[in-house]
Design a protein around this ligand. Sequence first.
Ligand code: PGA
Length: 303
Amino acid sequence: MRRLTLRQFRVFEAVARHLSFSKAAAELHLSQPAVSMQVKGIEVILGLPLIEQLGKKIYLTDAGREVLHAGRAITARLDDLQANLAQLRGMDTGRLNVAVTTTVSAVATDLLARFRGAHPRISIHLDVSNRESVLGQLAVNRIDLAIMGQVPGGLDLEATRFMDNPLVVIAPPEHPLARKKKVSLHDLASEPFLVREAGSGTRGAMERFFEAKGLELRTSMEMSSNEAIKQAVQAGLGLGILSLQTLELELALGRLVVLKVEGFPIMRHWYVVHRADKRLSPVAQAFKQFVLAGADAKPSRRK
Ligand code: PGA
């Protein structure tokens, strides 16, 4: 049995759409007899007329409408397939521009490493800076995605939460408060603190917490990295408030301890963020899905 070809479907679709052999021929850059031959070919295979000619006008028969319907479904499937494959090609060799805040950089690097393991041919550009700087990069549309703490209103961003980020109070193990089973906020009030630079999300959260509790924050030193704060706390220069996720090693080695302070941890969260108007590339879309997979993600749009 002879089979219908895709070419026949495409030619017939054009004839049926225009209800004209000559217009279909012009659209397909074919001669009119060549178009008629393709249509005749289908009619021979199916053993039914697809077109009726009454005077100068042509009409589709019932069989013609059936063939048109099936042909459109088949070509749409093929177009989808082509689009999907093009996306996969983009995925394979694409480039991903991500900015993350300092505090989430270990979590983010781990996610990126695992993502790249599954897509080894993509190239990744990762910028690590503080919250203010990451927000600036989103504002000028320099990056595909950001991973950071909660975004403020005012920028048209889509932020989806994917992970908790508890902030804790840290001290050297020999600090007098380290022995206390319960440290009150009043106990904290007389302690000097090492704080991150202005523009840091951790610093902002810490300041908001102190203000909400009506406490004065006594800062002994300001530093632009979590690592420097940990070292300064170990050296006895003051207490620190940092994300628990940055402290794994120091806590495991007993170089720092987490104080049991009432009202702590301050529970923050990590978000995947992009501009609401951004058309994410296939790679960026795939990375976003990868980050959110398994997370209790709730998208929110902040204007
Ligand atoms: P940062 O990160 O303190 O390193 O700026 C926290 C955040 O993203 O809010």
